[in-house]
Write a protein that binds this ligand. Structure first.
Ligand code: IPM
Ligand code: MN
Length: 354
């Protein structure tokens, strides 16, 4: 029997609750498809600060690097917001992404037919939306040096080197080849030098992919177009901060931020996490939507472990749960037959697999 080592980081807030449900579903699907998963838990974020004084303990870095893939919940909370920047959970997350060298962040935005009414946009605008946002994750203004805030003047630096743009660009084109073969590169080339290099480099990569249609869009226009007509997009490739913003926008196009998974991949390992945060305001109440995390576990099976049948089963089990009218509180207003807790949603999805 095939066996995989999975590192687990539950994190803060609703992190532990939603990750537990994803593990429940992973156990059901691995049993049904005949492979086994061994989990090892590591600390990160606020909880790691509380226990070890460090948002990213060394043990977490080595443990995850030695695993086949990492399933991640969410980190952060008010309790740690007043710490100096280098001690904050978010800094731990950025250091973690950097240490894992996960430069490509894949954020799919797919609409569930059952939830077209949950979006604030009109059903005819969003029906059939299937976008893959490819966000560069370990460069750009998030990591650029120098950076400073001396109380009077503050600055950050947006840097991209050609190799950094090339590797993320290739990922986007490779993904497009398996999809509708359209890449839209988003930048701000009318203002920023770094965006001009980005745009020129994308044009060069496109020469190696004659079947893929490349277009360019300024980020302000892209934000507008995502809301005006999201169906025009197939793959969007963009830098770190633009991708951060556009993926939150895309999440509302499809109805709930509680539905969107993500994969952060590189050449060494991959991290799978929901795109939403730790939602401390609802933590511990058993009302969080675990679907984004369960879907992230599905992406892990698909992209890191190559267990495609199992990943398909998770997708189908989620769809069936929604079709049968099960909703967590965030979606209670949208055709719910039964409003369920976080754990009940996990049970329903796991049972659909069995
Ligand atoms: C995300 C988050 C993070 C980011 C924060 C928590 C640092 O918003 O994963 O999108 O900005 O990358
Ligand atoms: Mn974000």
């Amino acid at each position: 029997m095939k066996k995989y080592n999975i590192s687990i980081i539950k994190g803060d807030g609703i992190g532990p609750e939603i990750v537990d449900e994803a593990i429940k579903v992973l156990d059901a699907v691995s049993y049904s498809c005949g492979f086994s998963l061994e989990y090892k838990e590591y600390l990160m974020g606020g909880i790691a600060i509380d226990v070890t004084g460090d948002p990213l303990p060394e043990e977490t870095v080595t443990g995850v690097l030695n695993s086949d893939a990492c399933l991640f919940g969410a980190i952060g909370g008010e309790k740690w917001d007043t710490l100096p920047r280098d001690k904050r959970p978010e800094t731990g997350l950025l250091k973690f992404r950097e240490a894992m060298e996960v430069y490509a962040n894949l954020r799919p935005a797919i609409i569930y037919d059952e939830l077209v009414n949950a979006s604030t946009l009109k059903p005819e605008v969003i029906e059939g939306v299937d976008i893959m946002i490819v966000r560069e994750l370990i460069g750009g203004i998030y990591f650029g040096q120098p950076r400073e805030n001396d109380g009077f003047k503050a600055f950050n630096t947006m840097v991209y080197t050609k190799p950094e743009i090339e590797r993320i660009g290739k990922q986007a084109f490779e993904l497009a080849m398996k999809r509708d073969k359209r890449v839209c590169s988003v930048d701000k080339a009318n203002v920023l030098e770094v965006s001009q290099l980005w745009r020129d480099t994308m044009e060069e990569i496109a020469k190696d992919y004659p079947e893929v249609e490349l277009s360019h869009m300024y980020v302000d226009n892209a934000a507008m177009q995502l809301v005006r007509n999201p169906k025009q997009f197939d793959v969007i490739v963009t830098g770190n901060i633009f991708g951060d913003i556009l993926s939150d926008t895309a999440s509302m196009v499809v109805g709930s931020i509680g539905l969107l998974p993500s994969a952060s991949t590189g050449d060494k390992t991959a991290i799978y996490e929901p795109i939403h945060g730790s939602a401390p305001d609802i933590a511990g109440q058993g009302i969080a939507n675990p679907i984004a995390t369960i879907e992230s576990a599905g992406m892990m099976l698909r992209y890191s472990l190559g267990e495609i049948e199992a990943a398909d089963k998770i997708d189908a089990a989620i769809k069936k749960a929604l079709k049968d009218g099960y909703r967590t509180g965030d979606l209670a207003a949208y055709d719910a037959k039964e409003v369920v807790s976080t754990a009940e949603m996990g049970d329903v999805i796991a049972n659909n697999i069995k």
